[in-house]
Unconditional design. Structure first.
Ligand code: XMP
Length: 531
């Protein structure tokens, strides 16, 4: 392995991050969507909370700044403010919802609470030309947008004109073309604003002059150089789960340092049918990556015997993962680096208006805490990326679609899809149901339209009739949801014929199941997993 030339690495870095947009977060639920839209258009961006120490701003040197929405009102005593330094940069600014209101409040306009609140789909009238509209909207047209506001701008600051109006917001879009400052009352970042992405692109590319240098091919080259520089001749271990993040991290690190990487795959006996074999086949077989496959099913299932409480299950599994991982790492005789598939959403500092810790709904299992215990340095090659970018990088690295497009799978695996106590027999039964369900979803071409689909084995037996006989077997539930980040979810609206077909196959082909239900709960109030 050759270490990268510092000059070449600097050039790669400079090119990839040439365009930089800053997104200042005022606490909107959808701030991350702004960043995803900007990244999709090939522009690197970061999200900073509005409270960030702004002295970093000149180093970051953004080409443009987007101010997010947020739950506050500019009339609140502690209303978040746009740091004045931002105006001094003389770069283009786009304020969205609260961002627009804060712009107006600070630049000499006025904002009022109004009885006519707008939530959801709304229409705006385009009344003038604007640099944001190029190729998307034209004067005199009516356009669909997504609004979510109580306060609204009632007087625009000097230098601005209204370029779009709506019934509930006389200043739906305002622009000061000479200073290149824009404000929109609606949310261009959500899909319910059909031309929203084009508007954002007009801001980043048209107004701010970004060229679109952020690509996953460029990222791969830079990250390989960065990993080589960090790791040198050292050894890296990487926990592989079969999920997208750890798979992409492992493949990328392998491209950088080859056999200095060893992957450890702890198989807790809680995976779907065929998944453990597939991980071994792909990574050891196809990519020739050094892989330790530890079948720890005996250990995990013994420890879980008789455990019915969901939190105890999660904690037991989390603890065992760490123990087994450490044991296998020790057998390798020491490594200096531990790879983790940390993503950008894990490192974005979030804006909290409520303060105080939020209640724990579920303790998530991850390998946090391992690095300190093991005294290892971290290699986190995906820290800059959103999930969609990790998938694109995986494709760039030649990972098979079945890995890259795989639905998320929880760390505690099938254990949290068998409410009540867990046995090998129950897990086997669940695997059979799950396999049929996913097979039908793939055959119907629906897999990629669904965020997650899985079966749950219910701890109930019900009476049925098959042929001439009575059955007294278990019931199962099927779940499928759409989501953009797992934080909220909607049930997937399968057509009835599909559900009927799946249910028919399950009761006919899986001995021990005589009833199938479809879970139609959204999140909130439900969660995606049952435990
Ligand atoms: P819930 O059930 O909380 O799940 O709505 C949200 C998303 O997180 C996944 N999930 C986990 N992922 N470790 C993980 O890595 C965990 O312990 C865990 N628990 C839930 C779940 O599958 C869904 O995508």
């Amino acid at each position: 392995m050759s270490l990268p030339e510092p000059r070449a690495m600097h050039d790669l870095d400079a090119r990839l991050h040439e365009d930089r947009i800053l997104i200042l977060d005022f606490g909107s639920q959808v701030t991350q969507l702004i960043a995803r839209r900007v990244r999709e258009s090939g522009v690197y961006c970061e999200i900073w909370p509005f409270t960030t120490d702004i002295s970093r701003l000149s180093d970051f040197a953004p080409r443009g700044i987007i101010l997010s929405g947020g739950p506050a009102s500019v009339h609140d005593p502690d209303a978040p403010r746009i740091p004045e330094e931002i105006f001094a940069l003389n770069v283009p600014i786009l304020g969205i919802c609260y961002g627009q209101q804060a712009l107006c409040a600070q630049l000499g306009g006025a904002v009022e609470s109004h009885e006519h609140r707008e939530f959801g789909r709304a229409f705006i009238e385009i009344v003038d030309d604007c640099a944001l509209f190029r190729g998307a909207w034209a004067r005199g047209h009516r356009e669909q947008v997504w609004m979510s506001h109580g306060d609204r701008v009632t007087k625009i600051p000097p230098g601005f004109t209204a370029v779009a109006v709506s019934e509930g917001a006389p200043f739906a879009i305002i622009a000061d073309e000479s200073r290149r400052i824009y404000g929109v009352q609606f949310h261009p970042e959500v899909v319910h604003t059909p031309h929203g992405a084009a508007l954002l692109r007009n801001f980043t590319h048209g107004v701010a002059g970004c060229k679109g240098t952020w690509t996953m091919a460029g990222f791969r080259d830079l990250e390989i150089a960065r990993i080589r520089q960090k790791v040198g001749e050292g050894r890296v271990i990487c926990g592989l789960s079969g999920g997208v993040d750890s798979s992409v991290a492992a493949k990328l690190i392998h491209e950088a340092v080859g056999d200095q990487l060893t992957c450890i795959f702890v198989d807790p006996g809680l995976l779907r049918a065929g998944e453990a074999e597939e991980v071994v086949k792909t990574f050891r077989g196809r990519f020739n990556i050094q892989l330790v496959h530890r079948d720890a099913s005996e250990l995990f299932l013994n420890a879980l015997a008789g455990v019915t409480d969901p939190e105890t299950k999660r904690k037991t599994i989390g603890r065992l993962f760490v123990e087994v991982f450490e044991e296998e790492a020790a057998k390798l005789g020491g490594a200096q680096f531990l790879a983790q598939g940390t993503l950008y959403p894990d490192v974005i500092e979030s804006v909290s208006f409520t303060g105080g810790p939020s209640v724990t709904i579920k303790s998530h299992h991850n390998v946090g805490g391992l690095p300190e215990r093991m005294k290892m340095s971290l290699v986190e090659p995906l820290r800059e990326l959103f999930k969609d970018e990790v998938r694109a990088l995986g494709r760039e690295l030649g990972l098979p679609d079945i890995v890259v497009n795989r639905h998320p799978f929880p760390g505690p695996g099938l254990a949290i899809r068998v409410p009540g106590d867990i046995t090998r027999e129950k897990l086997d039964l669940l695997r059979k149901v799950d396999t049929i369900y996913l097979e039908e979803i793939r055959n119907a071409g629906l897999y990629d339209a669904i965020w997650q689909a899985f079966a749950v084995l219910l701890p109930v037996r019900t009476v049925g009739v098959m042929g001439d006989g009575r059955t007294y077997d278990q019931a199962c539930a099927l779940r499928a949801v759409t989501s953009s980040d797992g934080m909220t979810a909607e049930v997937y609206p399968f057509d009835f014929a599909f559900l009927n077909r799946v249910a028919g196959r399950i009761v006919n082909e899986v001995r021990g199941i005589n009833r199938v239900t479809y879970d139609i709960t959204s999140k909130p109030p439900g969660t995606i997993e049952w435990e």
